[in-house]
Design a binder for this molecule. Sequence first.
Ligand code: 13P
Length: 199
Amino acid sequence: MKPAELRAAIVTTAQAAGRSGLTPGSSGNVSARIDGGMLITPTATKYERLTPAAIVEMRADGTVVGNGLPSSEAPFHLAIYRARPEANAIVHAHSPFATVLACARMEIPAFHYMVAVAGADRILCAPYATFGTPELANNAVMALMSRKACLLANHGQIAIGDTLDAAYDLAWEVETLAAQYWRVLQIGGPKLLDADEMG
Ligand code: 13P
């Protein structure tokens, strides 16, 4: 996609995240990789009012091209693009059930085979660090490792993909799994699938 199309696609993705309840209020953020940097949602903007022109361009070194205040989470978006050359898009959400588990600092184990869509037999929870900090960026990269999604302690979740649609769909899958796992915990906990089966 050309940068102009990517800007429009980021707006569409962010608005879908807001409308669908994936991330409440102005929480969460969305980015896409471009040559030498990324395009990212601006900080603290109501998604319904977002326009393609408001999407902020940043270079890989963190400098802003043109105007606009980028998401406070730009550091972890940039760190993930640096660490994961195959990632072209990132969705960060404070989705309800993923955030509940993240606030208990729990990971999502192999309670359902669909956990594997996040790239492994469990979805890890990154240790807590203040939003927007290099420490959080480092923790997120470590929790993702070679995976496509992670929880962030006392915060929310991150999903990555080779397209915006893939990252958005995965963020919803993580939220669905978190909701299912939370419910299973209410009735005595899951019987986990073994490593062979998850493989
Ligand atoms: P921004 O509005 O700065 O993107 O922050 C929202 C958020 O979810 C921080 O984690």
